[in-house]
Ligand binder design. Sequence first.
Ligand code: CCH
Length: 302
Amino acid sequence: YAAAFLAAIPDKNKDYQEVYNAIAQKLVDQDDYDDGSYGPVLVRLAWHQSGTFRKHPSGPKGCPYSENAGGSFGGTMRYEYEGSNPANNGLDVARKFLEEFKQKYPYISYGDLYTLGGVVSVQELGGPKIPWRAGRKDLTEKDQAPNGRLPDGAKGADHIRELFGPHAMGFNDQEITALIGAHCLGRCHVKNSGFDGPWTFSPTFFTNDFYKLLMDGDWHIREWNGSRQFEDDATKSLMMLPADMAIKTDPKFAKYARKYADDQDLFFKDFTAAFVKLLELGIEFPKNSKTFNFKTLDEQEQ
Ligand code: CCH
């Protein structure tokens, strides 16, 4: 096996808590975006930059990490091809939000910055602590993964398993179910995806509400001119994608969704492990590389 991308050992003088704080403070200062936070779109950027990783990329056979392996290592969504992938519609907003930090802290790579933005957002919006490591390196335009590796919201359980599963990103059913709980945050925008609306009543708070609403609520197909999506019977103000609904109707996914609906601590624990794995797909960190456990802004004030 060829080696995975080998991360650099971060210099001790590079203060990533400082970068964390700067991003977190901008989230607080610019609270007039969307539902009141850039956090959700930053989480989606971290995920879409990471989710292009494939164990068996369509490069030369037998060399799983050879070329175009994808993943967050190279920060390649800043380039035209990957940036304009329709699956990444709307993520220019997140990249623009973060760009000033690349200028201000030139030691941070784009891959580190895009993943760190997701970590800051999960933590600052009330989610679990996400241990994070630095050392991704900027790759070139040639290193962009082929488009078509990110999941389609209109599809169901087979599609999700194929794109996240052992032959693709390497996640099992439990991890897939835990990851999709990030839909507690944010919303769908017609101009980006053709879908519309938030999954929860509190799209700027990281909670297990996605599972509670999905599992305990009743859902019907929304009558409208847009893409096929579900609407809650109770208030007709929330949405689920066909892909989300697969988590309820597929018994193997539903088993975990039920647990997460009943136990937010368990969701936080499992989400953390799966999200760290996602952000580090295809990357080999040196043995002595440091794991950052960032303090939130609130914790630092105390
Ligand atoms: Fe997602 N997601 N996601 N998602 N996603 C969308 C928005 C967010 C799918 C489809 C969509 C994950 C998995 C999946 C977020 C985090 C994660 C949208 C709307 C679609 C469509 C985009 C728009 O219109 O702006 C599908 C399909 C899957 C899996 O099968 C995973 C995994 C994560 C993170 C761990 C977040 C956050 C958003 C909200 C973004 C925003 O701008 O509010």
